[in-house]
Design a protein around this ligand. Sequence first.
Ligand SMILES: NC(=O)C1=CN([C@@H]2O[C@H](COP(=O)(O)OP(=O)(O)OC[C@H]3O[C@@H](n4cnc5c(N)ncnc54)[C@H](O)[C@@H]3O)[C@@H](O)[C@H]2O)C=CC1
Ligand SMILES: O=C(O)C(=O)COP(=O)(O)O
Length: 526
Amino acid sequence: MPKVLISDKMDPNAAAIFRMRGVEVDEITGKTPEELKAIIGQYDGLAIRSSTKVTQEILDAATNLKVVGRAGIGVDNVDIPAASAKGVVVMNTPFGNSITTAEHAIALMFALARQLPEANAQTQQGLWPKNGFMGVEVTGKTLGLIGAGNIGSIVASRALGLKMKVVAFDPFLTPERAVEMGVEKVDLDTLLDRADFITLHTPLTDQTRNILSKENLAKTKKGVRIVNCARGGLVDEAALKAALDSGHVAGAALDVFESEPAKDSPLFGTPNFICTPHLGASTNEAQVNVALQVAEQMADFLVSGGVTNALNMPSLSAEEAPKLKPYMALAEKLGSLIGQLEGDAITAVAVEVEGHAAELNQKPITAAVLAGLMRVYSDTVNMVNAPFLAKERGLDVREVRHDREGDYQTLVRVTVTTANGDKSVAGTLFGHASPRLVELFGIKVEADLDGTMLYIVNQDAPGFIGRLGSTLGEAQVNIGTFHLGRRNQGGEAALLLSVDGAVTEGVLADICKLAGVKTVKLLRFA
Ligand SMILES: NC(=O)C1=CN([C@@H]2O[C@H](COP(=O)(O)OP(=O)(O)OC[C@H]3O[C@@H](n4cnc5c(N)ncnc54)[C@H](O)[C@@H]3O)[C@@H](O)[C@H]2O)C=CC1
Ligand SMILES: O=C(O)C(=O)COP(=O)(O)O
C-alpha cells in the first residue's frame, strides 16, 4: 500500500480521499527540515502547501518518494530540477484556489481605497475618526494587471464588474485573449503610467523579480495603490517603503513577502500599508478544492499511474494509464535491450509507433524507452527523470507516429544512431498485454525479454547450436527459452537465450571461442 505524508495544514478531505483510494496517510505538520529529513524516507508521496520546503536535501533523504503534490498553485517551495533529476513527479492544482485569491486581491484593493483596517482599529479604540478617512471610489478608475493568467483574468472580470477600466501587461497574453477578457493589452511602462491601482499576478521568475523596482515605482502615477497577492519579491519592499513614506504611492497591500513568515518587515507600521499573512488561498471553498484535487491526483498516480497537472512530466489520464502500461513495459524493455547492446555510443534515439500504439499518447512510451535505455548508466533513472537526463547527455530524441498498416496490429520501434550507423529493435504486444521483441537489428526474432539473457551473433552454420548447448550444459547453465533468427541462410544469425543461474566470465569466454561466434553479451531485464 503506498504511503503519503501530509506535511502542511490541509483540509481533512485530503486524508479521507487518500484512505478511500487505498493509500496510507500520515498527517504530521510543522516539522523542521531536520525532522522532515528523518521521516521522509518511509513515504511514496508528500502532500504540501507553501510551508514545507522541498529542497535538494529533503529529496536526497526521500529514498522512496515518487510524487510531491502541491495543494495550491505556486511551486517555488519545491526544487523542481532536483525533483526531476531524482525522478520525482511534482504536481500542483492550478485552478482550485484561483477565485479565492482573486477575491482576496479585490478585497485588499477595497481595503486600500477606504483604509478599512486603520478605520476599524481607530473606531474600536473609541476614537470615532469620521473625518480622518477620506477614501477613493474604484468606479471609473484604471486597474493595471501585471500578469493576466488564471488569477489575473478573474481579477479583471471582477474589476470590469466594478466598472473599472483594466489594462494588462503580460508578454504571453494574446491580443485575442485580451479582447475576450475585455482588457487593453499594454506594455509595462504604459501600465505604470496609467494605472490608479496595480495588482500583481505572476509567478516569481528571473523576469518578474522586482518587477516593481525602485525605478518602476518611480514611473507609476502619483497616488497609485498597489496590491500583491502573488509572490513576495515581485515588489522591491525597501523601495515600496520609501515610496509610501514620500506619499508617491498612496497605499500598498501585501499578502506575500520576500521572506516568509514575515515577522519584522520594515514596512510594518508604515501609514497606508496593510498586509495579510499569505491568506490569498485561505477560504473553505478553496481549501476543500485543492485538498480534494491534490489527493485525487496523487492517488491516481500512486495507485494507477495516472498523471495530472505534473510540472515535470507529460499528463496521462487515469483512463489512459492502464492502456499505456503494457506499452511502457514494452518500450522500457526495448530501450533496455538497445542500451545494453549499444551503450555509450548512442547519439540519437527515434521512437516510432504504428497500429494501436499510434492511437495512444506517445510521450510516456518515449519516456519509458529513454528510462530503459539510460538505466544502463544508473539504476535511479525512471520515466520522470529520463527525458531530462537524455537532454543533459545531448541525446537527440525524435518521435514518429505512423498511420500505415504494418505486419503487426501494434508496433513500437526504437532506432538509435551510433558512430556505426542506425540500429533498430522493434516489439509488439501479444494478447494486448505481453511485450514481445519481434525484430533485432534487422533480424526477425520473437522473444520475451525477461530475467538473464544471452545475446549471441554468429555465422549461420550447421552444428553451432549443438556446440553452444554443450558449452552451457557443461557449465551447468540451464536454458529457459531459446529464440533464433537470421538475416539469410549462411549469413549472420542472432540468438537470444534466457538462462537460469549465473553465467560467469569464463562461460562467456568459452562461448566466444566457439567457431563462427562474432558477439556474446549477457543481458539483464527487470
Ligand atoms: N497569495 C496566495 O495565497 C496565492 C498566490 N498565488 C500566486 O499567484 C500567482 C499567479 O497565479 P496564476 O494566475 O494561477 O498563474 P498563471 O500561470 O495562470 O498566470 C501567471 C501569468 O503571469 C504571466 N507572466 C509570466 N511572466 C511574466 C512577466 N515577466 N511579466 C508579466 N506577466 C508574466 C504569465 O504569462 C501568466 O499569464 C502565482 O505566483 C501563484 O503562486 C496563487 C494562489 C494563492
Ligand atoms: O497556491 C499558491 O500559490 C499559494 O500561494 C497558496 O499558498 P498556501 O497553500 O495558502 O500556503
